[in-house]
Design a protein around this ligand. Sequence first.
Ligand code: GUN
Length: 201
Amino acid sequence: MTAPVDSPTLNPLVKQLGLLKHPEGGYFLETDRQVNEVSSPFAGEWDQLDLKSVLTLGAEGGSRSLATSIYYLLDHDSPSGVIHMNKSVTYHVLHSGRAEYTLITPGNPPTIEKHVMGAGDNETRMLLVGTGVWKMSKLLAEDLDKATTEADKRNLGCLITEVVVPGFHWEDHKFLTTSDLLHLVSEHPDKEAIMKELGPH
Ligand code: GUN
């Protein structure tokens, strides 16, 4: 987690809210971490999610904050996040802008859903992502294309609050590797198109 690089197209919300660069892409700031703790309900559950490389994760179980929240921002300079999963349930609540969310639920075949968080027709201001669902978010290509001036680019972005229950812990978090993605979509009829869209570029 590092300070964002200052640039003429950096969204002003980054400085206004004191956001940091997130290793998933985008920017974040933890806005709450409940001091009360619960014991993790997830001990041993990576195996049940049928993911071959999750067994390399560290010790599981332990205690977790009851809930945490963050601001999360995508902007012109950091317009997308990588695919990752959290064992906790995550509530996404829109403040401003819009972004496309891709959700992959493991299965045989996996299900792939797209949602636009935004305030327009067929867009949603609240998106609930359940346990064991892979997620990535990005600004819409059409919005990036429309932003041609430096001012347009600076004002582009999607700001949300994410509430994670039980609270965020790196042991409950996993980044998707290319081999995980290949394994995940191996039974999907559109696997070539999915790899082209979501795989390494
Ligand atoms: N630290 C790194 N990433 C996160 C996150 O997504 N949420 C919280 N609460 N803390 C983090």
